[in-house]
Design a protein around this ligand. Sequence first.
Ligand code: UD1
Length: 418
Amino acid sequence: MLKLVVKGAKPLRGEVNVSGSKNAALPILAATIMLPGRSVVRNVPNLLDVTTMIRVLRALGLRAEYSQSSPNTVNVWNYQVRHVAPYELVTKMRASFFVIGPILAVKGLAKIPLPGGCAIGSRPVDIHIKGLEALGARVELEHGFVIASANRLRGAKIHFDFPSVGATESVLMAAALAEGETLIGNAAREPEIVDLANFLIAAGARIEGAGSEQIRVEGVPQLAPVEYTIIPDRIEAGTLMVAAAITRGELKLKRVVPDHLTATINKLQEMGVRVVPGSDEIVVAAGDGFKAVDVKTLPYPGFPTDMQPQLTALLSLSAGTSVISESVFENRFMHLPELCRMGADIKLEGQSAIVNGVSRLSGAPVRVTDLRAGAALLLAGLAAEGETLLEDRDHHLNRGYERLAERFNALGADISKK
Ligand code: UD1
């Protein structure tokens, strides 16, 4: 168990580099399954979820490792691919399921364990499966495994019921090597989709329209290995922005793409936080106080569900009442009772949290249930008076953030391991 002690009420100040995007790195590493030879992926954050994806690639027969000489670089050697992904890794991290499209595309057969539920909702994979079936795959469920087979995937016209990020990525990867044209309608538009498409294009794929709701893929017979640099992590950047505001400090975020953060920047500005975006940096400072605002999570370019817990922590210190509606995941409010233990005044009504701002939070022992809930509690701990003890049984914070406590300490925080 990871236990962190946070001594709060210390303003964070200084400059901080934003890491590479976890949610771009995971599908891009999965896509290396389709690139025979040696690929090099740069700006990969060094965190547990990426390590899990590297272990999945190894279990599939590839050689993959962080470079010893060049930080945040992953080298992949792909000379053989097995078609069965291991149960203990896929059930550990849902994104491991994303290997199904690439394995199916190169082997004609993929056997992947169902990822199962998780703390923030049931998270089925039906949209992935419907998409692969539309490309001509036969998909069966047997003994907890999804078994997909196809002699040759064929391009098709697909329309998603919901713009699922992972399903868009699964179909995009499989369609890159299918025969003929695929049109994906109601596709997810997240920057991580664009990054995956750019990676595949660099490897020889023919893809147009990534970042819009219609993506067109013209299948090619094979892809070639590449060197590629991942985009900055917009959720880590948003978390750092809230850290500056909630501690009433001032941070300059470097190596960031402000355009990817428009919804977060707008919400913070609406609250009265001073946010000044530059071309690849953002300066954030707390204003005189925090105004209450309403927010609804939506697929990109709407407000990201992955920033909802962190914004909730900040809104718990606002003047007035805010309504936070969660429309992407059905159970993403596990952080609320923990924030209330720290003095927040929040009620859950259906899929909405009603936050009555309070003037201060006080440190308390709290339990981390998932990655972004953990980020929210750490942020609350940084702002709270006294000591907060975060109990993170499953190392959620290390799954999604690279050395976050250490980097906060370099900016003036007081966080220690217990
Ligand atoms: C990705 C992100 C995650 C983020 C989420 C939404 C990665 C590795 N993870 O997750 O951090 O919170 O996007 O922005 O990129 N759904 C179905 N059937 C499916 C697929 C999804 O019902 O086949 C539902 C899910 O249960 C959820 C919603 O659709 O309620 C959104 O899921 P999706 O966009 O697929 O998220 P992920 O790709 O899992």
